[in-house]
Design a protein around this ligand. Structure first.
Ligand code: LFR
Length: 498
């Protein structure tokens, strides 16, 4: 009994993966088939994504999986949020999609906000206004290149774009569109008011479909090239964060008031457990039945995005391991590379009481663009009147403690906003391999951390595909998730508890 075999193509801002998922005996297992780097490409002073190369890597992964395992049932692509490609009349890509860290937004953001102030954007869409959002980028691109109004026919967010290149079917999948700033707060339709006020053409938005929609088969030419047979392409929970949250094993004791599928709720929150999805970004939030649109939620930087199954995620984007990744990149460029493992060990061995540890605000704009991160940390410390961490161990430890502190602050804010106590925290994603970060999070929050799965986006991606194939009932997803992953529990150590 081979069960069902399928591929999750999980593209993050710093790396991509083609993962083989197998579903057998009510459990999902995943195996990495192909991993490749991803990142911004600088062209004429602007940052773009290299879509063609990413497609090539995806094709390589599909061919490798089929060569090793034979025919597969389906595949689905999930990616980071907000970025997009514009298609012309013939379905061709008009230009390489911009990277959300591209700096073309400063003045134009002010023009957008004059037409649609941030407070109104939040009420109309549930999204936290931010220059990285699709709505800001589209507004900027249509202003800068007037000809796009005539040539652009469809806007495809990144996972929709890859699923389109594979299947020939263009849709707007709900979970990824819930990051755009262009839909209503429930993410069920475009916000007519936002489009009207910003003079954005509604015709650019394809048909909205829920997570778990079968799009069709791999295009015949690609079947011939890669797998000599049919392969279904599915629009899954195609936002990586939605996939990651779909993989959370909420059934763990103490993470939910009464079992894995309890959605009776505690106030507006659906569970007593918060989540932190840890990667380049840290997404810290709670699942709620409805979007939370209060002024307080907006003022403290929260956003609302949609989950598989139509519930809401109230969450904050925290500039996460990007800080460490950019620091490591600077050291590697200076000829002194340090692996993730070495970085965590170095920071863990530090003699904490005598070390110089800075308190950083990870969301300070100084840290948001690519650059020499150790130098920026130094200027941040000087600006805020703090001593500058000197050794590599002190710099890494400052980053990790600052992340843990901002997770704790965010969880306290979530408790206040929803009136629901958070009992424990599920941490998922590649960042949880940094055990020190998990322990520091337990210490800073004073709550148990349940860490796992590491490959959260890939597992969530596969679970949602299984529902689309009719192999798993949507109501069973949490139970299958809980059976499929092992977790590690971190308890707050008394010495550090705040
Ligand atoms: C995480 C993520 C976040 C999104 C950010 C930018 O990978 O998808 O959810 O806000 O990337 O797109």
């Amino acid at each position: 009994n081979q069960g069902i075999r399928l591929l999750a193509i999980d593209l993050g801002a710093s790396s991509g993966r083609v993962m083989l998922g197998s579903y057998r005996d009510g459990k999902v297992t995943v195996e990495e088939i192909h991993r490749f780097p991803n990142g911004p490409v600088e062209v004429n002073g602007h940052l773009h994504w290299d879509v063609q190369r990413l497609l090539q890597e995806i094709k390589h992964g599909i061919a490798a999986a089929v060569a090793s395992y034979g025919p597969l049932h389906s595949l689905s692509v999930d990616t980071w949020g907000v970025d997009y490609g514009l298609l012309d009349e013939q379905g061709g890509l008009l230009y390489a999609p911009h990277h959300y860290r591209d700096q073309r937004m400063a003045d134009i953001a002010l023009a957008l906000e004059a037409a649609l102030p941030p407070a109104e954007q939040f009420k109309l869409t549930g999204n936290q206004p931010s220059p990285i959002n699709t709505v800001y980028q589209l507004f900027a691109d249509l202003k800068a290149k007037q000809e796009l109004r005539a040539t652009a026919r469809q806007l495809l967010l990144m996972p929709d774009l890859f699923n389109y290149m594979l299947s020939g079917v263009a849709v707007a999948e709900q979970t990824i569109w819930s990051t755009s700033g262009l839909l209503n707060p429930q993410s069920t339709a475009p916000s007519a008011e936002v489009l009207r006020r910003l003079e954005l053409p509604v015709t650019l938005i394809p048909r909205l479909v829920p997570a778990g929609t079968v799009l069709g088969e791999l295009r015949p030419a690609l079947q011939e090239e890669l797998c000599s047979g049919p392969l279904q392409i599915i629009a899954g929970a195609s936002h990586d964060t939605a996939s990651a949250v779909a993989s959370i094993p909420y059934g763990e004791p103490g993470s939910s008031s009464s079992g894995p599928d309890q959605t009776g709720g505690v106030g507006p929150a659906l569970r007593e457990a918060a989540f932190i999805s840890c990667g380049t970004w840290s997404l810290v939030g709670l699942e709620t039945a409805e979007p939370v649109l209060s002024d307080a939620a907006r003022a403290s930087g929260f956003t609302n995005e949609s989950c598989f199954g139509g519930t809401n995620r109230l969450l904050k984007n925290i500039t996460g391991l990007w800080l460490l990744q950019e620091t490591q990149r600077s050291w590697a460029e200076a000829g002194e590379p340090l692996s993730h493992q070495e970085a965590a060990e170095l920071a863990g061995q530090l003699d904490r009481p005598s070390a110089c540890i800075a308190e950083l605000d990870p969301n300070d704009p100084l840290f948001s663009t690519p650059g020499d991160m150790p130098l920026r940390i130094e200027s941040y410390c000087i600006r805020t009147g703090q001593p500058v961490p000197q050794t590599r161990a002190e710099i890494i430890r400052s980053i990790l403690e600052s992340l843990a502190r901002s997770y704790a602050d965010t969880i306290r804010e979530l408790e206040v906003l929803t009136g629901c106590p958070v009992r424990c925290i599920h941490m998922v994603g590649g960042g949880i391999q940094n055990k020190l970060l998990c322990q520091l999070t337990a210490d800073a929050t004073g709550k148990d951390v349940i860490a796992g799965p590491v490959e959260a986006s890939a597992i969530g991606n596969i679970l949602v595909q299984l529902t689309a194939l009719g192999a798993v009932d949507p109501a069973e997803v949490r139970r299958v998730a809980a059976r499929s992953c092992s977790t590690l529990r971190y308890q707050p150590s008394l010495t550090h508890q705040s």
